[in-house]
Design a protein. Structure first.
Lengths: 604, 303, 319
C-alpha cells in the first residue's frame, strides 16, 4: 500500500507541475519564473549591531541568534506560531509516544537520517553529543539550558576555568584544550546523562524531572544547536567567523539551509543558500546580504528602503530601532503605508525596587510594612495606560497590565490581572501619608536608567507622575554607558532602576529562574535582590513538572512577586518592521524573525 | 597761510599729516579696534551672549530639561520660536542654557592655559639650559599626541562632567601658549633693562613676572583670545561624538548630536541647525575679535 | 639632502616617536581598563559566565601584566591582540583595513584643502582689496571658524535633501556609504567637509605670503624684464609663498586626522575614526588601544614628514 500511495503522489505532483508550466508558457512572462517569483532572489537588509559571536556555545545577543537560526539547527525548533516541532529529530518526545520515560527522567530521541552539514558531512548522534558536551564545557551564558542533564555539573567542573593567560595564547589554549579533550573522547568532558545507542538515536538522562528542558534545548542559535566537530577543530577560536568554502575544511558549518559566504568584520555579511538542502521548505532565496550599520543611520536606511536598496528594516532583533517619526513618515506615505508591520514582542519593561541590598538601597529595602507600603504607593501612583499612550504613542509599546510575562506567552496572567498595574492615586497618597508622614524617607530618591530609545521619556514620565500624584520629587540618574549601568544594577547599586527582560523561549521558567529567587542569586543576576523561601520551593517544584501542571505554580510565583511589590510594571514592547510588499514570508513572531528559507521575493 | 587746527591729534599741513599726538599703545590699539567694524560687531555679539548666559542661570522661557513641554520634533511656531527637540524639550531654552557650558569651557580653559602655558614658557625661556630642554621635551611629547583623542581618553578616565572636560581640553592646547611665551621670554631677556634689573640685584622671580611678563603680554592676550574658540570647538566636538556633559544638561555639541538623525531622516533639520549656527557664529565672533586685537595691537602695522 | 645631520635628526625624531607612542599606549591602556563595565556584561552575561569570559581574555590580570602581554604581542607577533566585542577577532587586519579607508578620506581631504586653500589665497592676493579678495577671505574665516560637523550637516541638508527635492531625484548626494571604500560620489561630501576647515588657514597664510612676496624687488625685476604676469606669479611668487604654507602643513595634516573622527561618524564611513568612537562605547579595550597607538604613530610620522619636506622647500633649513 505504501508504494501505491507514493506513486499516486508522484503522479499528482507531475500533473500539477505540468499544469503550471503550461500556464507559464501561455503567459510568456520573461521576468519571472513560475508562481511570480523574481529572477533575482537576493535579500538585502541592514542590522544595527556587529555580530559578537556566531558560536552557538557562546552566543547571547539577539542579533547573533537571529542570524544563526538560519545556519544551525537544533533537535526541535519553534514554528512561526511558537509551537515546538521536530527539526533534526523525527518527533517531539512525550510520555504518549514513549519518548519520555514515566518518571520523566529519560528522553529517547530519534534522529532524521538524511541530514547533512553544509560542508557535505553526514549528521549523526555523535554530533549531538559533541555539541552539547562542548556547550556545557564552554560554560557560556546559556550553558544552563543543559543544566538538567545528569553529569552537567561534573563536566563544567572538569572543564574548569581557563588557565590565567600569561600571554595572549591564554584564550586559544582554553578552547584548544577543550577541543583536544573532546576529540580524544576524554570521559571527564562527557555528560553521563548523554549517550548514543546508535547513529540515529540519542538518550538523554536527567538528574531531576524537568518541565522546561525540551523548550530550552530548542532555543535557536544557542547551546542546543548542533555544530560540526571537524569545522570547530580547524580553528577553535575563530571557526565561526570564517566563511564556508566548498571543498575546504572549517568555517561556520551547520545543518541549516544557509551558510556564510563572505564576512567583513563590522561591515557586512553574506549568506548563500545550500543547494539540495535536506530539510524543508527548500530555500527560495539564493543569497542574503546584511549590512552592519550604526543605529543612527536608520533614518537614511529607511530612505534607501523606499528606493529599493534594502528589502526590509528591523530584522535581526532591531525591530525596536524604528523611531516614532520614521514610523509616522512611512505610515503617512501612501505608497508605503501598508508596508509597515507591527508585531508585539516578548519583551517587558518594568521598574525594579532595590529590595534585597541594604547597603546601597533606600527606603524600599526589606520586607517591613513600611518598605512594602512605600513601594506600593509608588507603584499605584503611575498610570500605566497613560504612560503607554504618551511615551509610545500606542505604536511602540502597550501597557503591561497582565503581569511581567508578556502578553501572548505562557504565563501571561490575563489583561488587567496584575494588581500592580492599577492606577490609584488616592490609595497611593494615603499609603505615603501612612508610612512616610514627614517625607524624610522619600527625599532624594533616584531612578536609575540607561539613556536611549524610550528610556528617557519613560523616566521623565515617571518623575512627573510621582511629582503630580504623590508630591515626591525623584531625581533622575541617567547613564549613557549601558554596560556600566547594568553592572551597577546587577550589584544592587540603585534605589529604583529600569529593568526588563526579553524572553528566550516560551516557558515561564525562563523568567522566574533568571530574575528572582535562589537561582538568580546564584548566577549573579538577581537585580532586585528578592529572595524568599516560599518562592524558591514553589519554583523548584514547578521547574520539574510538565507545563500543564506547572503553570498554576508559576502563577503563584507571580502573585508572590506582586504581593511583595517587587516591581512596577511598565510596558510590553511592540516591534515595527518596514517590509516591502514584494517580500513574501517575511515578518516575525513574538520571539524571532521568520526563517530565511520561508522568504521569497515576488517579481516587482 | 593760517593753520586750522581742528583736530588736536592731527596737525594738518597742506602736504598731509605730519605728526600725530603721541598716545600709548593701549589707547592707540583701542582706537584701531574701534574702527574695525567686524571686531566691533563681534564684541557686541559676545556681550549679548554673555548677557543671555547670565539670564539663563535664573530664567528661561521653558524649563530646558523638561521632557514633554511640547510635541516631539515640533517645528518652529509661535509658542516655541525655535521648535522642540526629539524629546519634546524647548530648543530655545536649551540653546540659552548651552551658552553657560560653552562660555564656561572657553573661559576656564583659557585661564588654565594662561596659567600653565605662560609659566612653563617663561621659565623655559628665561632659564634656558637643561630646564628649557626638559620643558621643551615635555611640550614636544604633548605635541606628538593626537589632541582630540587625548581629550577623549582623559574624558574616559575622569568620567563625564564639565570640570573634567575642561581639564581634558586644557591638556591638549596649552602647548602653543607655552611655545609663544618661551619665544617672547627668549627675546625679551636680551634687552638692556633686564640686564639692568639683574645688575640691580633683582631676584629671578621678580624679573620674570615683574619685567618680562608685562612686556610679553600683548601676544599672550591675543593668543588667549584664540584659545577660547579653540576650546569651545573642541568641547563641541567631544559632545558631538558623545563624550560631552552628561545628559540631560544642554550644550550645543550635544544638541547637534541629538539632532543629526532627524536631519538625515529629512523630517526636522532644526534640532541640529540652531546649535550648529549659534556655535559657528560664536566661534566666528571670537576669531574676528582675536584678529581685530592682533591687528590693533601689532605695532608693526601702520593703518 | 640626506646629510649626516639629517640622518641624526631623523634618528632622534624616531626615538621621540617611539617614546611618545609607548607613553600614549600605556596611558590609554591604563585608562580604558580602569573603567567599570566591560564588553561582555549584559542581561544574560553575568556572574560565572562573565568571570570566565574576563578570565579567558586575560582581563583579570593586573594591568601592567596585560600591558606587557600586549607589547609582547606587537613586537613578537606583530599583532595588536584580539577584539573583545567581536570575540576573538584579530585586530590588526581590521584596523589596517579601516586605516586604508581613513587614508583615502584623508588623502582626498588633503588634496581639497591644499587645492582650495592655495588657489583662494593666490586669487585673493592677486586681486587684493577687490570683492574677490573680500569674498575669498571671508570664506576662509568661515572655514576655520565653523566646525566641520556643521559644514557636513549643511552639506547633507543642501546636497542630500534640498538638491534631491529640487531636481526631483535627479542629482543628489547618495546616503549611506556603501561597501568598504564607497563610491567617488559618496566620498565627495565627506572629503569636502573635512578639508574645508583646514583650507581656511591655508588661504590666509598663502594670501599673506603672496602679498609679501609680490612686493619684493625681484618680482618687480621679473616684471620689468617683460615676463608675462601669470608666469611671474606662478613660477616665482608662488614658489616662495609656499614656504610658510609648509610650516602649517603639520597642523593641517593633524587637523585632518583628528577631524576625520567626527566626519566618519556622521557619514558612517568605516574608518579608524568611527572605530575609535565605537570601541570606546563598546568597551573593546584592545581595539581602542590599537587605534590610539596607530594614531600616535601616524601623527609622529606626519610631523616628521612635514619637517623633512620643509628642508626640501626651504634649502636654508638644515638639521
Amino acid at each position: 500500500m505504501k508504494h501505491l500511495t507514493l506513486r499516486f503522489r508522484a503522479v499528482q505532483t507531475a500533473a500539477i507541475l505540468g499544469g503550471i508550466s503550461l500556464l507559464v508558457a501561455a503567459c510568456g512572462n520573461t521576468t519571472s519564473t513560475t508562481s511570480g517569483l523574481a529572477t533575482k532572489q537576493v535579500l538585502k537588509f541592514p542590522v544595527y549591531q556587529s555580530a559578537g559571536t556566531f558560536d552557538p556555545g557562546e552566543a547571547d545577543a539577539e542579533v547573533d541568534t537571529e542570524i544563526m537560526q538560519n545556519v544551525f539547527s537544533n533537535l526541535w525548533k519553534f514554528d512561526d506560531k511558537l509551537n515546538l516541532v521536530p527539526d533534526l529529530a523525527t518527533d517531539v518526545p512525550s510520555s504518549s509516544n514513549n519518548g519520555v520515560s514515566s518518571d520523566g527522567l529519560t528522553y529517547t530521541v530519534h534522529l532524521k537520517q538524511n541530514v547533512k552539514f553544509n560542508n557535505g558531512d553526514s549528521f549523526s548522534s555523535k554530533d549531538v553529543l559533541y555539541s552539547w558536551n562542548r556547550a556545557a564545557a564552554l560554560q557560556g551564558a546559556y550553558a544552563s539550558n543543559l543544566s538538567a542533564i545528569a553529569g552537567f555539573d561534573a563536566v563544567q567542573k572538569a572543564a574548569g576555568a581557563p588557565p590565567s593567560s600569561k600571554n595572549s595564547a591564554g584564550v586559544t589554549s582554553f578552547r584548544q584544550t577543550l577541543e583536544n579533550k573532546l576529540a580524544s573522547n576524554d570521559p571527564s568532558l562527557q555528560m553521563s546523562g548523554l549517550s548514543a545507542p546508535d547513529a540515529n538515536t540519542v538518550k538523554i538522562t536527567l538528574a531531576n524531572p524537568c518541565g522546561w528542558c525540551l523548550t530550552a534545548w530548542s532555543l535557536q542559535g544557542s547551546t542546543g544547536s548542533i555544530v560540526n566537530q571537524k569545522a570547530v577543530q580547524t580553528d577553535p577560536e575563530n571557526w565561526w567567523s570564517k566563511v564556508v568554502t566548498p571543498g575546504q575544511e572549517g568555517g561556520m558549518v551547520g545543518t541549516g539551509p544557509f551558510y556564510m559566504s563572505a564576512y567583513t568584520a563590522k561591515q557586512s555579511l553574506t549568506f548563500k543558500s545550500v543547494s539540495n538542502w535536506w530539510g524543508s521548505p527548500k530555500p527560495t532565496l539564493t543569497e542574503v546580504d546584511i549590512a552592519i550599520h550604526d543605529p543612527s543611520a536608520i533614518a537614511g536606511d529607511v530612505t534607501a528602503w523606499e528606493q529599493g536598496s534594502y528589502d526590509l528594516i528591523g530584522y535581526g532583533g532591531n525591530s525596536g530601532n524604528l523611531t516614532y517619526p520614521l514610523i509616522q513618515g512611512i505610515k503617512g506615505n501612501s505608497r508605503f503605508a501598508n508596508q509597515l508591520i507591527t508585531q508585539p514582542k516578548g519583551r517587558t519593561t518594568w521598574l525594579s525596587f532595590n529590595v534585597g541590598y541594604p547597603s546601597t538601597g533606600g527606603p524600599f529595602v526589606g520586607e517591613s510594612a513600611a518598605a512594602k507600603g512605600l513601594r506600593k504607593a509608588f507603584a499605584l501612583a503611575v498610570d500605566k495606560n497613560d504612560l503607554a499612550k504618551t511615551v509610545c504613542h500606542d505604536v511602540q509599546c502597550s501597557a503591561a497590565t497582565g503581569g511581567l510575562i508578556t502578553k501572548g506567552l505562557i504565563g501571561y496572567l490575563g489583561d488587567n490581572a496584575d494588581p500592580l498595574a492599577k492606577f490609584d492615586p488616592t490609595q497611593a497618597k494615603s499609603l505615603l501619608q501612612q508610612y512616610d508622614p514627614t517625607g524624610k524617607l522619600t527625599a532624594n530618591l533616584k531612578y536609575s536608567y540607561n539613556t536611549g530609545g524610550l528610556n528617557d521619556p519613560v523616566a521623565s514620565y515617571l518623575q512627573n507622575a510621582w511629582q503630580t500624584n504623590l508630591g515626591v520629587k525623584v531625581n533622575l540618574d541617567p547613564s549613557s554607558d549601558a554596560s556600566q549601568f547594568i553592572s551597577n544594577r546587577l550589584s544592587g547599586k540603585y534605589v529604583m532602576a529600569r529593568d526588563g527582560w526579553q524572553f528566550d523561549y516560551n516557558h515561564p521558567q525562563d523568567w522566574y529562574d533568571n530574575l528572582w529567587g535562589y537561582l538568580a542569586t546564584a548566577s549573579g543576576a538577581n537585580t532586585s535582590g528578592f529572595d524568599d523561601p516560599t518562592y524558591d520551593s514553589v519554583l523548584k517544584q514547578a521547574d520539574q513538572q510538565p507545563i500543564s501542571q506547572a503553570l498554576s505554580e508559576y502563577n503563584q510565583l507571580a502573585k508572590i512577586l506582586s504581593d511583595d511589590v517587587v516591581y512596577i510594571p511598565l510596558y510590553y514592547s511592540v516591534a515595527n518592521f518596514a517590509i516591502r510588499s514584494y517580500l513574501k514570508g517575511a515578518g516575525s513572531n513574538t520571539q524571532a524573525d521568520f526563517y530565511w528559507n520561508e522568504i521569497s521575493i515576488q517579481s516587482h | 597761510m593760517a593753520i586750522a587746527i581742528q583736530d588736536p591729534t592731527n596737525i594738518e599741513y597742506a602736504g598731509g599729516t605730519v605728526a600725530r599726538e603721541q598716545v600709548s599703545l593701549l589707547r592707540d590699539g583701542i582706537r584701531r579696534l574701534r574702527r574695525n567694524r567686524l571686531a566691533l560687531a563681534a564684541t557686541l555679539y559676545l556681550l549679548l551672549l554673555a548677557v543671555v548666559c547670565l539670564v539663563s542661570v535664573f530664567w528661561t522661557p521653558y524649563k530646558p530639561n523638561a521632557i514633554g513641554t511640547c510635541a516631539t520634533y515640533e517645528l518652529p511656531s509661535a509658542g516655541h520660536p525655535l521648535g522642540c527637540d526629539d524629546l519634546g524639550r524647548d530648543s530655545f531654552s536649551r540653546l540659552m542654557v548651552g551658552t553657560q557650558v560653552s562660555l564656561a569651557v572657553g573661559l576656564a580653559t583659557a585661564s588654565i592655559v594662561l596659567l600653565v602655558g605662560v609659566v612653563v614658557g617663561l621659565v623655559a625661556g628665561y632659564f634656558r639650559g637643561p630646564v628649557d630642554a626638559g620643558l621643551s621635551l615635555l611640550t614636544n611629547v604633548f605635541y606628538g599626541v593626537p589632541p582630540l583623542l587625548v581629550a577623549v581618553a582623559l574624558y574616559v578616565l575622569l568620567g563625564p562632567g564639565l570640570i573634567n572636560i575642561i581639564i581634558a581640553i586644557s591638556a591638549t592646547i596649552w602647548m602653543d601658549m607655552a611655545r609663544l611665551t618661551r619665544g617672547q621670554a627668549l627675546s625679551i631677556r636680551e634687552r638692556e633693562f633686564i640686564e639692568a634689573a639683574k645688575a640691580g640685584g633683582a631676584r629671578a622671580g621678580k624679573i620674570v613676572f615683574g619685567h618680562i611678563l608685562p612686556n610679553a603680554l600683548g601676544p599672550i592676550i591675543v593668543q588667549a583670545t584664540f584659545v577660547i574658540p579653540a576650546a569651545i570647538l573642541t568641547a563641541a566636538f567631544l559632545s558631538f561624538l558623545g563624550f560631552g556633559v552628561p545628559p540631560p544638561t544642554a550644550d550645543w555639541g550635544g544638541m547637534a548630536n541629538e539632532g543629526l538623525p532627524s536631519l538625515q531622516g529629512g523630517f526636522d533639520p532644526y534640532i541640529l541647525l540652531w546649535p550648529a549656527l549659534t556655535l559657528s557664529v560664536t566661534l566666528l565672533a571670537f576669531n574676528f575679535l582675536g584678529d581685530g586685537l592682533r591687528d590693533a595691537f601689532d605695532p608693526r602695522q601702520k593703518r | 639632502m640626506l646629510t649626516r645631520g639629517t640622518l641624526i635628526y631623523i634618528g632622534q625624531r624616531l626615538v621621540l616617536i617611539l617614546f611618545t607612542v609607548l607613553m600614549v599606549s600605556f596611558g590609554v591602556f591604563y585608562v580604558v581598563h580602569l573603567l567599570p563595565g566591560n564588553a561582555f556584561v549584559s542581561d544574560r552575561v553575568h556572574g560565572r559566565a562573565l568571570q570566565l569570559l574576563l578570565h579567558q581574555y586575560g582581563l583579570d590580570l593586573p594591568i601592567p601584566v596585560q600591558y606587557w602581554n600586549w607589547l609582547k604581542g606587537i613586537f613578537l607577533h606583530g599583532s595588536l591582540g584580539v577584539s573583545l566585542y567581536i570575540r576573538g577577532l584579530p585586530i590588526t587586519p581590521l584596523v589596517l583595513r579601516e586605516l586604508s579607508v581613513s587614508a583615502m578620506l584623508g588623502g582626498a581631504a588633503l588634496i581639497i584643502t591644499i587645492g582650495l586653500g592655495v588657489t583662494f589665497g593666490v586669487l585673493a592676493a592677486v586681486r587684493q582689496n577687490s570683492w574677490v579678495d573680500y569674498l575669498l577671505t571671508s570664506i576662509a574665516v568661515v572655514g576655520y571658524s565653523v566646525p566641520s560637523f556643521v559644514i557636513a550637516s549643511l552639506g547633507i541638508l543642501i546636497f542630500g535633501q534640498w538638491l534631491n527635492n529640487v531636481t526631483n531625484g535627479g542629482i543628489y548626494y547618495p546616503e549611506p556609504w556603501t561597501g568598504t571604500y564607497g563610491t567617488l560620489a559618496e566620498l565627495s561630501l565627506p572629503a569636502l567637509a573635512l578639508g574645508f576647515y583646514t583650507s581656511g588657514q591655508i588661504t590666509r597664510i598663502t594670501r599673506a605670503a603672496m602679498l609679501d612676496v609680490i612686493q619684493q624687488d625681484y618680482i618687480r625685476t621679473a616684471r620689468a624684464k617683460g615676463l608675462v604676469n601669470r608666469v611671474v606669479i606662478l613660477r616665482h611668487a608662488l614658489r616662495n609663498a609656499l614656504v610658510p604654507v609648509t610650516s602649517i602643513l603639520g597642523p593641517t595634516v593633524i587637523g585632518i586626522i583628528t577631524g576625520s573622527v567626527v566626519i566618519e561618524n556622521i557619514f558612517g564611513i568605516p574608518g579608524l575614526g568611527k572605530e575609535f568612537v565605537e570601541s570606546i562605547f563598546q568597551h573593546d579595550y584592545n581595539v581602542t588601544v590599537g587605534v590610539f597607538t596607530i594614531y600616535a604613530v601616524l601623527i609622529g610620522f606626519a610631523n616628521l614628514g612635514v619637517d623633512l619636506v620643509y628642508t626640501v622647500v626651504d634649502p636654508r633649513i638644515r638639521y
